[in-house]
Design a protein around this ligand. Sequence first.
Ligand code: SF4
Ligand code: SF4
Length: 201
Amino acid sequence: MNGSGANLAGCASCEGRCCREYNVHVTIADVRRLAAGMALHPREFVYLKEGKEEDNSDFRFKPGGPLYDLHLLHRPVTKGCVFLMEIAPGKARCGAYVHRPIVCATFPTSLAQGSVGIREKTLCGGPDSWNLATMDLPAYRRDIARNRAAWSEHLRMAREWNARVDASTRPATEEQLYDFILAAETSEDAEQADRSAPASS
Ligand code: SF4
Ligand code: SF4
């Protein structure tokens, strides 16, 4: 859900379909940002979903075993994302807004030949549901680029995890994967550390 800022009118009249009906596949950087920002352990907001070999899925737990992807949990009663706050019947907002996955922050945009556009066939109801003229397009372009870089980094880290699993004689556990994620250092962490460092004189 992006509309708390960029598409206030459209999202205000929508019950947050994107946050109820999509399965949100997240990166290691997203999990680390959400864990730190929301003070939660990853097991409280993500689950591992078996992926398909052809989808280039992420994490293995035993040599040659199936691959799993990290997805945001949904609440069983409302069916909404675990971070979706129900504020009134038919009205909901993202409760993790500043920490939300980059894929949520960029939804429903795409980048084609350097131009930001609204994707066809989304739950928003099509390109007319958003108004490009009111959107901060440089911010979307930056976030789409950040998302692509985060996915490259995520897949590199997943290959590192899988190599460790392949070299071990014992199957790995979900808890060990979460420990690996919480101990990882992503480029987002490095940027954050740079921003927090005192300026040199
Ligand atoms: S993190 Fe926020 S924006 Fe993303 S699916 Fe969940 S509630 Fe929606
Ligand atoms: S489906 Fe589209 S219009 Fe509805 S809340 Fe999500 S981003 Fe907003």
